[in-house]
Design a protein around this ligand. Structure first.
Ligand SMILES: *Cc1c(COP(=O)(O)O)cnc(C)c1O
Length: 342
């Protein structure tokens, strides 16, 4: 059974969070002499809202979740790091993931001196059986499920995620960086019933705001307040908050871009399948396609020498390149280049 107080680190339980000037008083005033700011207005001379309330309200409307269940991080990478710091005693607790998957879990685990145990996915990139997972995990720590998974594009069924939440008494993180490109539903629908679930999303991919560094973690109000207590007070800068707000108020642009990217994914998949240099195209629920070539290294170098960069994933999955879906023109050029290799 999951109990927050059983898995929260002692130092975090004892933490009295830093109280910033902007969080102690945030009402109306005309003269602000509380934060040692330079009083000359420039648009950025004041500290940003530490609670990112306007941004969170828009996220709340979009996701149908209350503000108390929304954490905003400096990219989802910040949330990943904070989760290690809140729930894993360095050198003692463990985290678990299902490779091939996103490399940041490993890096963040290492930085926090936490052992990350791999429970490999099945041949078809599905998650291992519950029995297999239970045989490896202990009663604490973090389980990372990336869905749709990077770099395979596989989306994992919610039924399975729910079962993992119920059989593991630590924290289960579902990283949904690519959910906006997927057919299946978001795991946020499980938050009501699964208190140990955290769903990560980001504005870096579908929303086209990678440069702003805006990541989101959705979880129970109790877990959300843990994250809020340990984050740097002003983790989201003024300009990022402003641009994020602008993008969320103009959601139709994003929606039509997502539609086009999904359409291009289908076209690109078909065209790739017909190439002689291609061995296999894996079905994708994300904005990239994992492709197995007969000689991935050769294809990678050829594309590179023609100014086109893809991601070589051959060290994770034999002879594969991960190709991001570009604009229709970029995709056309990619196919034209690959045809030159035939
Ligand atoms: C790109 C990516 C992220 C990155 O998110 P940021 O919000 O840009 O930090 C997180 N998870 C996965 C699986 C990704 O591929």
């Amino acid at each position: 059974m999951f109990k927050l107080e059983n898995i929260l680190r002692q130092n975090i339980k004892e933490l009295k969070p830093y109280s910033s000037a902007r969080s102690e008083f945030n009402g109306q005033a005309t003269i602000w002499l509380d934060a040692n700011e330079n009083p000359n207005e420039s648009g950025v001379n004041r500290y940003p809202d530490p609670n990112q309330l306007e941004l969170k309200k828009l996220v709340s409307d979009l996701k149908g979740l209350p503000v108390e269940q929304i954490f905003i991080g400096n990219g989802s990478d910040e949330a990943i790091d904070l989760l290690f710091r809140a729930f894993c005693e360095p050198g003692i607790d463990k985290a678990y993931c299902f490779p091939p998957t996103y490399g940041m879990y490993e890096v963040s685990a290492k930085i926090n001196n936490v052992a990350l145990e791999s429970i490999p996915c099945l041949e078809n990139f599905e998650l291992p059986s519950i029995e297999r997972i239970n045989s490896v995990t202990t009663s604490k720590g973090l389980v990372f499920i990336c869905s749709p998974n990077n770099p395979t594009g596989t989306q994992h069924p919610l039924e399975k995620i729910k079962k993992i939440c119920r059989s593991f008494s630590g924290i289960v993180i579902v990283d949904e960086a690519y959910i906006d490109f997927a057919k299946g539903q978001s795991a946020t629908s499980l938050l009501q019933t699964e208190p140990n679930l955290i769903v990560l999303q980001t504005l870096s991919k579908a929303f086209g705001l990678a440069g702003l560094r805006l990541g989101m973690a959705f979880s129970s109000p109790a877990v959300t307040s843990v994250l809020n207590n340990i984050k740097p007070p002003y983790n989201i800068n003024t300009l990022s908050q402003k641009e994020g707000i602008k993008a969320l108020k103009n959601i139709s642009t994003t929606t039509s871009q997502i539609e086009l990217i999904i359409k291009e994914r289908t076209t690109l998949t078909t065209l790739l399948k017909n190439l002689d240099v291609v061995d296999k195209v894996f079905p994708s629920q994300a904005n990239f396609i994992l492709v197995k070539f007969h000689d991935a290294e050769k294809v990678y170098n050829f594309l590179k020498s023609n100014g086109t960069i893809v991601r070589n994933r051959s060290n994770q999955i034999r002879e594969t390149l991960r190709i991001t879906v570009g604009t229709p023109m970029e995709n056309k050029k990619l196919i034209k280049l690959l045809k030159e290799l035939e």
